[in-house]
Design a protein around this ligand. Structure first.
Ligand SMILES: [Zn+2]
Length: 179
C-alpha cells in the first residue's frame, strides 16, 4: 500500500504571447499531496518570489495539452503523456473525501445540481444504495494505480519561488527531496 507522499513537479512552461507580441514562458509547478488517504493537487503558473503568480490553484484546464495545444514546452524528463495522465487523476480524485454523490450516481452522471429538489434542497435517492445525493461528503479511495502513477512522475528537486517543499513537516518518505 502506498503511504503518504508529497512532491512538487515541474512539467514545463506555458508559452503565451506577451503584450508586445513576444512569447512569454511561464513555469508550471504542481504540488501533489497524499496524506491520510486524501489526495490534493494544486498548481501555479508563473509564480514569483514576491508571492504572486500568473494564475494558481485548480489550473488543470490552463495546462491541459488537449485544450491548449502547442503552448506547453516540456522539461527534459516530462512529456505530454505524463501531463495528461496527471490531469486525469487530478480531475477525478482531487479532494477525494469531498464527493457529494455515491459511485452509482456517478455512473448515472447525477450531480447534486440536476438531481435535487429546488425548494427543499433534498437530493434524489440512489436506486441502488439509497444514498441521497448531497446529504454528506463521501470518501472515495484513490486507486493504487493512480497513486503509483503520481509517485512515478519525475519530481522537481529544487525549491520553488514560493518555497514549497520546505514549510511542510509531514511524516514523509524519501519522496521529499526538496530543499
Ligand atoms: Zn448508490
Amino acid at each position: 500500500m502506498i503511504k503518504n507522499f508529497y512532491k512538487i513537479v515541474f512539467p514545463g512552461w506555458l508559452v503565451s504571447e506577451g503584450q508586445t507580441d513576444r512569447l512569454v514562458k511561464r513555469r508550471i509547478y504542481l504540488e501533489i499531496k497524499y496524506e491520510d488517504k486524501k489526495l490534493s493537487i494544486s498548481g501555479t503558473i508563473g509564480e514569483n518570489k514576491y508571492g504572486y503568480a500568473y494564475t494558481c490553484g485548480q489550473i488543470y484546464d490552463n495546462i491541459d495539452p488537449r485544450k491548449v495545444e502547442n503552448t506547453i514546452e516540456y522539461t527534459n524528463d516530462w512529456n505530454k503523456d505524463y501531463l495528461v495522465g496527471l490531469i486525469n487523476i487530478w480531475h477525478k480524485y482531487h479532494l477525494n473525501d469531498l464527493n457529494a454523490n455515491c459511485e452509482h450516481q456517478d455512473y448515472m452522471e447525477w450531480t447534486y445540481h440536476t438531481q435535487s429538489n429546488r425548494k427543499t434542497y433534498k437530493g434524489k435517492h440512489c436506486p441502488v444504495c439509497g444514498y441521497s445525493i448531497g446529504s454528506k461528503w463521501l470518501h472515495r479511495d484513490v486507486p493504487e494505480s493512480a497513486l503509483e502513477f503520481l509517485r512515478f512522475l519525475p519530481s522537481y528537486k529544487l525549491g520553488t519561488p514560493w518555497h514549497r517543499g520546505t514549510q511542510y513537516d509531514m511524516n514523509i518518505n524519501d519522496e521529499r527531496q526538496l530543499i
